[in-house]
Design a protein around this ligand. Structure first.
Ligand code: TPP
Ligand code: MG
Length: 339
């Protein structure tokens, strides 16, 4: 868990540097080696590490728009994920998805920029496992800002009524962009949403990785033993803005400072020391993580950009009549407008 967490934190520190290249002095979101939005998950690491430690490659995880820590904990190929974020040909999706749309079928990982939209596919994966009599499970990760979305609530219902092996994990960082939690819902403890669907709900009040691990052990164990779904909520903290470039003018200084003070990584390091792990061993884990991240970033930056014509690939699985994936059909494109 510690290695996953320090890998995720350092990975995002490195991405920040790369992201800002060329975007200054006036913030130009389309400039630089990582064009577009970038949502960093510093402060969320314990939730992913504590849950994913119980998962196998054949278990499914769907993550939201803030996906890196979850992808790393699920074992997504770091080099191909990084190439995807840099928009390169050898990225997980040929460089077309970017950081919010990472797909790795080798470890059954997907994420989406549309909040709560990972829930229905996770329920689908749970249903498939059940119908095939397999003991794989599915986990859907979402933010507290998404807990009133229809996709989430309908998914809870279907998972409960069909007793599917699905665990829903809410990462409660108190904010949905600039909206504080108490302006989004009157339910302080999001795990209580479970009551309305007749499934167990559990809240981990502090992003203590070992507490998350213990709660997830029960939830995932229950799902794997065919005893139905669980809703978990984990209190995490948002150390950064909603996305890179967010001035956070809406956020009280005290809240930002509190988030900086609570660091689940340092907390776990203390726990490891208390359990007899030496400083040298802790440092060796950090070094290994940093080397892996540096290598992935250097590799990704060396990868080729996609060819412009590649934009026509992977658009349709079964191209409709008149559309070919070999040669761009300019006539069709012109007659049908920009779509
Ligand atoms: C269906 C939908 N509505 C609105 C948005 C715009 N949006 C992107 S992130 C976000 C807030 C998400 O907050 P939360 O779920 O708490 O996740 P966090 O960013 O805090 O990790 C919104 C409203 C979206 N992506 N999808
Ligand atoms: Mg949030």
């Amino acid at each position: 868990m510690f290695e996953d967490m320090v890998t995720a934190r350092y990975y995002e520190e490195r991405l920040q540097e790369e992201y800002l290249e060329g975007k200054q002095p006036a913030f130009d979101i389309s400039a630089g080696p990582i064009p577009g939005e970038l949502h960093l998950a510093a402060g969320h690491e314990a939730a992913a590490a504590g849950v994913c430690r119980h998962l196998r490659d054949d278990d499914t995880v769907t993550a939201p728009h803030r996906p890196h820590h979850v992808a790393i904990a699920k074992g997504v190929d770091l080099k191909r994920m990084t190439a995807e974020i840099f928009g390169r040909q050898t990225g997980l999706s040929g460089g077309k998805g970017g950081h919010m749309h990472l797909f790795d079928p080798d470890v059954n990982f997907a994420c989406s920029g549309i909040i709560a939209e990972g829930c229905p596919p996770a329920v689908g994966a749970g249903l498939a496992a059940k119908k095939r009599n397999e003991d794989s499970v599915a986990v859907a990760v979402l933010g507290e800002g998404a807990i009133s979305q229809g996709a989430f609530l309908e998914s809870l219902n279907l998972a409960a009524v069909q007793e599917l092996p699905v665990v829903f994990v809410i990462e409660d960082n108190d904010w949905a962009i600039s909206m504080p939690k108490d302006r989004i819902t009157d339910v302080e403890d999001g795990s209580r949403r479970a009551d309305g669907f007749g499934m167990p709900g559990v809240r981990v009040d502090y992003d203590d990785a070992t507490a998350v691990y213990d709660a997830a052990k029960d939830a995932i164990g229950r799902a794997r033993a065919d005893n139905g779904p669980t809703l978990m909520e984990v209190q995490v903290h948002r150390r950064m803005g909603h996305f890179m470039g967010d001035p956070q003018s809406y956020r009280p200084d005290a809240d930002t400072e509190a988030a900086q003070e609570r660091d689940s990584i340092e907390r776990l390091a203390d726990d490891l020391r208390a359990a007899g792990v030496s400083d040298d061993d802790i440092e060796a884990i950090r070094e290994r993580a940093h080397d892996r991240v540096d290598e992935a970033i250097e590799w990704a930056k060396d990868q080729p950009e996609p060819e412009p014509a590649d934009a026509h690939e992977d658009v349709f699985v079964n191209p409709p009549s008149g559309v070919t994936t070999d040669e761009p059909n300019h006539e069709l494109a012109e007659s049908e407008g920009d779509d």
